[in-house]
Design a protein around this ligand. Sequence first.
Ligand SMILES: NC(=O)c1ccc[n+]([C@@H]2O[C@H](COP(=O)([O-])OP(=O)(O)OC[C@H]3O[C@@H](n4cnc5c(N)ncnc54)[C@H](O)[C@@H]3O)[C@@H](O)[C@H]2O)c1
Length: 448
Amino acid sequence: MTKRNIMHNKNSNAEVDLSLRQFIKNLGYTAGGLALLTTVPWLQSCTPEKLAEIKNQKARVAILGTGSRGTYHLHNLLKIPHAQIVALCDNYQPNLNAAAALCPTAKTYTNYHKMLESKEIDAVIISTPLNWHAPMVLDSLAAGKHVFCEKSMALTMDECKEIYDAYLKTDKVLYFGMQRLYDKKYIKALQMIHSGVIGDVVGMRCHWFRNHDWRRPVPSPELERHINWRLYWESSAGLMTELATHQLEVSNWAMKSVPESVMGMGDIVYWKDGREVYDSISLVYRYKNGVKTTYETLISNKFNGMGEQILGHKGTMELAKGEYFFEEAKPAPGIMQLINQVEEKVFSTIPVAGPSWRPEVSGEKKPLYVMGEKSSVNSGLSMIGAEDDGSEEMLSAFCQASITGEKAPNIVEECYCSTILCLMGNEAIKQQRKIDFPEKYIIPYIKF
Ligand SMILES: NC(=O)c1ccc[n+]([C@@H]2O[C@H](COP(=O)([O-])OP(=O)(O)OC[C@H]3O[C@@H](n4cnc5c(N)ncnc54)[C@H](O)[C@@H]3O)[C@@H](O)[C@H]2O)c1
């Protein structure tokens, strides 16, 4: 599916229907009928049939936080025929003005409490710094609004639990911006993993490397903490909640469970510019069966880029690239193996033991493609605004759910678990010890 393919015609429901049908078709599920779809619970509420039922209705949406991500959502919302942006709120006037210029019909607010009083708003999309997520989600739900909040869930474990408890009680729809759950490449790859294509999952390696200081220009010093909120513990949990949260979520998705514990280290290695959060983190999460996710993130070297490798005993899935590899290439016929070994002088070097002395350097491997063709290596890099990473589909599903009131299962739980794991990672670093998943934050969804 191309970016333009999703529901950009504001007037035609037939096209909306067609686009979502195409979306589902592109996921590769239609051949197997709806049976396969039932394994993706959160897609059940946004099927083309259900979208057709809402006809010309629109969710009246407010964007709370019109910075970088809020503006990205604004652009996507303008393409969604069942969404109407009716309000914008930001307490930093330049960002509010910039958003208002893109959507002049929306009412503007600098105080979100004031905005929540409006009866003209059905749903709120929250894209503010992490420390604001909990109060804004809870206040919006209390005001009777459907809520989409950006990841991660919240700054502290207590706040996450408070949100989860509110979610259990509310009749409103609640989404968190874990867009990989709607990324067709991830969905299909996870289906393949679960059907045993790469064998038993025996380990996972996730990493996110960049070479950028993560700073934004500040027009005057008193705005430093407002604009560079990511760099300070009072408003951010650093690289864990900004980057790792997406990748820990897919690790859990692959394992269908949640790690029991984590160990690790974090430091400020390079960007010693007054920031508080680490610029270098290495962690090991351990699942109950001994499978481990090693997690590395560094923002002063981008050689390795971003990736999630799911390692199976028969093969490896590179989720972000949409590629997979089998451990063993089809064996060459015996005579060819013998010729190769003679040519490589294997026998003259070690006449009895065979080639086991060779160093196990990973060689060039020929990938197979999850979507049947080479997919963009950028997919999944939503932080830099990459296209076709599930963000649009998720937002569309949220707007649809805000009209129908039908909740999508698993999304809140997935975000809850990955956020707690991120916060556990930071605790392991700060306390320099292994941290177990705290009993008081275990929810029924969790399987260790
Ligand atoms: N899902 C993803 O891939 C993804 C990608 C990028 C960012 N995000 C998330 O989106 C959120 C925002 O990130 P960003 O990069 O857009 O940050 P940003 O700093 O660019 O934007 C945040 C906006 O919130 C406003 N704001 C702060 N406090 C406010 C308050 N009390 N009332 C009203 N407005 C307030 C700021 O003025 C700013 O305009 C973060 O939670 C981030 O983790 C998610």
